[in-house]
Design a protein around this ligand. Structure first.
Ligand SMILES: Nc1nc2c(ncn2[C@@H]2O[C@H](COP(=O)(O)OP(=O)(O)OP(=O)(O)O)[C@@H](O)[C@H]2O)c(=O)[nH]1
Ligand SMILES: [Mg+2]
Length: 380
């Protein structure tokens, strides 16, 4: 069992005076009841003109667990968390960092439920609105509900994280050691709300053991929303940047590019030797060009796509034969699919094209799986 962890609840604020008094008093009732761990609070105020920081400062006299960091100016939610998390790790010796809103949308009484999961060995505990028992506010307009649900689905799809049901929420608890202590905040991809996508992706890539805990996301009843209008666009930008740095995605893109160069080689050889120079019959030109493409594809994949798993020495001959065999299997798949297509299409060029491209995609996927699992034996 994991005990005596120091948990820092980080609460960013901008003009939240109306909520802050009540929030601190509520936390003062809840925190002492949390067993096994030390729980403290760090407010990160964006130099609110409404005097939020002054209010917190006055309450610090009563509560020793209450910390405050005041930014020179408001720089966005992501920046506030970046500053708060660094401060919590460097100055407050945090073992776990909690992300928490100041406006009662994250129910304070659910804090102990998230913390309890630390004892079960979880590294990343996500307050989830999209699993049974969780929900978004009933009072939200249809538009806001729609944007939240669809935005979350889109983010899950593009992040390729089907196992996590809520990727856009902001109520979370993350382990420092081995996880957040290795995060480079100078490379945080968004200064605003989309920062959370980056942190989540990082934790998952680091291999965090994840637990989702359902909670009812409440409607904001006082204070004003700071959410920015083009958040969807910003989220997509962050996801795109993350995937461009994702070795798995880059490997697949390289694989497709190499396949494309193979097609160019085969076509060029066919056009030059058979069509223009009449040196070879079309069938012979296709087969020789095809083998040239196979040799080139194998070499490029070995040197570039799968370079971390490069094959060298005498093994290369066996692996090259395997690679050739894979290409024959691919031809077999294409032949079979097109044969079925011929029966179904009954002369319709549209239907036959559908089968042609369908077979191509199938071959792309099977080749990629065989390369990863059998030929280069990648570990992820
Ligand atoms: N320090 C700091 N805090 C911020 C900033 N933007 C938002 N916050 C705080 O971050 C939390 C989340 O912001 P909200 O405006 O509530 O965002 P939201 O919950 O998605 O939107 P609503 O549902 O309308 O409340 C609140 O506690 C805000 O006060 C910022 O730029 N700097
Ligand atoms: Mg809010």
């Amino acid at each position: 069992m994991i005990i005596n962890m120091k948990i820092i609840i980080i609460i960013p604020t901008y003009n939240e005076r109306e909520n802050t008094d009540r929030m601190i008093e509520t936390l003062a009732e809840i925190l002492p009841g949390i067993p096994d761990h030390i729980v403290e609070v760090l407010y990160v105020d964006g130099n609110s003109p409404d005097g939020t920081a002054e209010l917190i400062r006055s309450l610090q006299k009563t509560y020793s667990w209450l910390h405050l960091l005041v930014e020179n100016k408001k720089e966005g939610l992501g920046m506030a968390y970046a500053k708060g998390m660094r401060y919590a790790m460097e100055k407050l010796d945090a073992d776990y960092l909690m992300e928490f809103d100041s406006d009662f949308q994250h129910p304070p009484q659910d804090i102990p439920r998230l913390i309890a999961e630390i004892n079960h060995g979880y590294d990343y505990i996500i307050g989830s609105r999209y699993i049974p028992g969780g929900s978004i506010p009933v009072a939200w307009s249809f538009k806001r509900k729609f944007l939240s649900v669809v935005g979350n689905i889109v983010a899950r799809v593009f992040l390729i994280l089907p196992q996590i049901h809520d990727v856009t929420g902001g109520f979370k608890l993350a382990r420092v050691k081995g996880f957040m202590d290795g995060f480079d905040f100078s490379k945080l991809l968004s200064k605003s709300f989309a920062y959370k996508i980056h942190l989540l992706f990082y934790m998952v890539q680091k291999g965090a053991k994840v637990k989702e805990v359902p909670f009812l996301f409440a409607h904001r009843t006082s204070g004003e929303s700071k959410i920015i209008k083009n958040e969807m666009q910003e989220t997509l930008r962050v996801i795109f940047r993350l995937q461009m740095q994702n070795p798995k995605i880059m490997r697949f893109i390289k694989f497709v590019i190499v396949g494309g160069t193979g097609l160019v080689i085969q076509t060029a050889f066919f056009e030059v030797t058979s069509v223009f120079m009449h040196l070879l019959t079309p069938s012979i030109a296709t087969v020789i060009g095809g083998e040239m493409a196979i040799i080139s594809n194998f070499s490029l994949n070995n040197l570039w796509t799968f370079r971390e798993y490069r094959i060298a020495g005498s093994k290369i001959i066996f692996k090259f034969l395997q690679f050739n065999l894979t290409s024959f299997i691919a031809l077999g798949i294409q032949y079979t699919v097109l044969k079925i297509g011929e029966d179904v299409a009954q002369g319709s060029p549209f239907v036959i094209q559908f089968f042609f491209f369908g077979a191509l995609i199938l071959v792309l996927i099977t080749n990629y799986i065989i390369y990863n699992k059998i030929i280069w034996k990648t570990k992820d």
